[in-house]
Design a protein around this ligand. Structure first.
Ligand code: PLP
Length: 431
């Protein structure tokens, strides 16, 4: 039998760091990453046949659990009809309509293949429409790995303790203004100084890549007000929250209720049902700046790929109220158990939540409201917690700075296994 350790050694000889995406390398928790062989429902199985309750969910897409039979059937049917045409298809229209039905702020939608492409293109649209170059983003918010958006990004950039990335030209980084998260006065000050040159504010609808840091009440609405007062566009990044925190994403939980709306929204993860689909959408007059109608160019050989689109469409159609109710309940159960376990172990902590997304801040009861506070927490306690869970058959996110993802497939049996593993893991973190 091949072990994960052996495969990691082999991978290290052929691919940088042995992985196709940095956080998978277990860099911040140590040890060889588990090489996975299969996944079904709430479980993943490694190459040694060990089964784990999965709390990573493919980093978000697995809202229904892994390999939902109806999604797999839709993918198989689509694949049998052809893997790709590079021509328009019915499924693309249906997926765009399904998104607009759920998020009416999306009058037009363009399909791309990754969240990185979606945010990169949204920025280009904002620049094309406004004729301005600067972009405001927030420290600890992650929007994928395009050049201008890597400054003070969360996710793997946080896990690896990088300030940004080598290889980003200083001239491009200079177009990004990075502000502390949650500080409205800082946004106002930035606009007072640079207003006429700012094309857009981009922000995570609810930040979940520096751990989960829910937006303070009224914060996103304030961003909308300030951006629009200065003629800049508002780009709400829902790559992670879209179709996960509810059928209309964070937009449905907040903007729709409050009566304001972003100009552009970006989606990924759940909208592709586990395959490479992402999208940007928004007001028609803004989106129509995209080629072939307008002067902003964007294209993709694999955009709207029929197999991937079939997975996304099947997933959205299956994501009914019962699915969201189950994800919310499963998440609340785990949140409570995590908190109880840390309390019993005598470890100060905060479970931070944004709807059904959550993560833990260790070593403080005060929580963390921005990136600096997240980085000041006792994340060094997380590896012992993580490895104890892993030994007991629970696959938690391999970084303290990533959100935990539950699914509708996390039934009581799966949750019981998580609950049973938590006390020992919390004691390991507290030691
Ligand atoms: N935006 C957010 C909020 C994300 O969480 C991510 C990925 O985690 C991205 C953008 C980038 O998406 P992708 O990894 O598909 O490029």
């Amino acid at each position: 039998m091949t072990t994960s350790e052996e495969l990691f050694e082999r991978a290290l000889g052929v691919t940088p760091g042995g992985v196709s995406s940095p956080v998978r390398a277990f860099g911040s928790v140590g040890g060889a990453p588990r090489f996975l062989a299969s996944a079904r429902g709430a479980y993943v199985t490694d190459v040694e046949g060990r089964e784990y309750v999965d709390l990573v969910g493919s980093w978000g897409p697995a809202l229904l659990g892994h390999a939902h039979p109806e999604v797999v059937a839709a993918v198989q049917e689509a694949a049998a009809r052809g893997l790709g045409f590079g021509a328009p298809t019915l499924a693309e229209v249906e997926l765009a309509e399904a998104v607009r039905e759920r998020v009416p702020a999306v009058e037009r939608l363009r399909l791309v293949s990754t969240g990185t492409e979606a945010t990169m293109t949204a920025i280009r649209v904002a620049r094309g429409v406004t004729g301005r170059d600067r972009v405001i983003k927030f420290a600890g918010n992650y929007h994928g790995h395009s050049d201008g958006l890597l400054a003070a990004a969360g996710s793997g950039v946080a896990t690896l303790a990088l300030p940004g990335s080598a290889g980003v030209p200083a001239s491009i980084a200079a177009e990004t203004i990075v502000l502390p998260y949650g500080d409205v006065a800082a946004v106002e000050a930035a606009f007072a100084e640079h207003g006429p040159t700012v094309a857009a504010i981009i922000y995570e609808a609810a930040p979940a890549n520096m751990g989960v840091v829910p937006p303070p009440p009224g914060y996103n609405a304030a961003l909308a007000r300030i951006a629009h007062a200065h003629g800049a566009l508002l780009i709400q990044d829902e790559v992670l929250t879209g179709f996960r925190v509810g059928p209309a994403g964070w937009w449905g939980l907040e903007a729709q209720r409050e009566g304001w709306t972003p100009d552009l929204l970006t989606f990924g993860k759940v909208v592709g049902g586990g395959l490479p689909v992402a999208a940007l959408g928004g007001r028609a007059e803004v989106m129509d700046a995209l080629a072939p109608l307008g002067p902003v160019y964007q294209a993709g050989t694999l955009s709207g790929n029929p197999v991937a689109t079939a997975a996304g469409l099947a997933t959205l159609r299956l994501a009914d109220d019962a699915v969201y109710a189950r994800v919310d309940t499963a998440s609340a159960t785990v949140q409570a158990a995590v908190s109880e376990a840390f309390a019993a172990a005598g470890l100060p902590h905060t479970v931070q939540r944004a709807s059904n997304l959550f993560s833990t801040v260790l070593g403080t009861d005060a929580g963390a409201r921005d990136y600096a506070q997240v980085l000041a927490s006792e994340a060094w306690r997380y590896p012992a917690f993580f490895h104890s869970l892993l030994r007991d058959g629970v696959y938690a996110p391999p970084s303290a700075f990533e959100a935990w993802f539950l699914s509708a497939a996390h039934d009581d049996a799966a949750l019981d296994r998580v609950l049973a593993a938590l006390p020992a893991a919390a004691r390991a973190a507290a030691a």
